[in-house]
Write a protein that binds this ligand. Structure first.
Ligand code: IMP
Length: 196
């Protein structure tokens, strides 16, 4: 059975592949289907976007599809950037633009608590969907530290650690992250669904 991971984010793809045990599945990604346009992420929630991506990609490819929608919620900013994490600093912005904007918004703020959240959806070609979610709590520091990972990783220190995700590296991140927690639940909950 073929399963498409519905992302063109190489970092995310690598994380998902190294965390989730795909066993007998043949794993493809959106990179294998360059003719399929990007799914427009216009939902108001991570769950809505993850479901939309999984269903549209499974229908377009005729394969099973797994999609992840994630975001960083900063408590003192009322949960921003949240579902808008990718385009926090504007439509065509870079990770660096987003990180700079976040540091500006948090300047002088004492409460630095935040959480990465993710929803992962799995759709079969008929559009039957299941979802799991994961969260990782931590703090936003006031300077960029570390060079691994992607996105807000250089600003996020997970609870129980003193280094950022970008300093801790993929081995630690893939054990404790929001994505790791969701995928661990997926391993437990989806075994029967996948092997039908
Ligand atoms: P997406 O819409 O799920 O692709 O992700 C939205 C944005 O959230 C990304 O562009 C990143 O900026 C951020 N993001 C998602 N997951 C992570 C992560 O694991 N580390 C750092 N940033 C992340």
């Amino acid at each position: 059975m073929k399963l498409v991971i519905a992302t063109r984010n190489a970092h995310k793809l690598e994380e998902i592949k190294s965390i989730f045990d795909f066993q007998h599945l043949e794993v493809l990604s959106a990179f294998d289907f360059p003719e399929i346009p990007d799914v427009i992420e216009d939902g108001n929630t991570l769950e809505a976007n993850a479901i939309k991506k999984a269903v549209e990609i499974s229908k377009a490819t005729g394969c099973w599809a797994m999609a992840d929608d994630s975001g960083l919620e900063v408590n003192v900013l009322d949960g921003a950037p949240g579902v808008y994490s990718a385009r926090y600093a504007g439509e065509q912005c870079s990770y660096s633009d987003n990180n700079k904007k976040l540091l500006r918004e948090l300047m002088g703020k004492k409460d630095r608590s935040a959480q990465f959240c993710t929803v992962i959806a799995l759709s079969d070609p008929e559009g039957n969907v299941k979802t799991v979610s994961g969260k990782c709590h931590g703090l936003i520091i006031d300077e960029l530290r570390g060079s691994t990972g992607f996105g807000y990783d250089p600003l996020f220190v997970p609870e129980g650690y003193t280094e950022t995700f970008a300093e801790l590296g993929s081995e630690v991140k893939n054990r404790i992250s929001h994505r790791a927690q969701a995928l661990q639940k997926a391993c437990d909950e989806w075994a029967d669904f996948i092997s039908r």
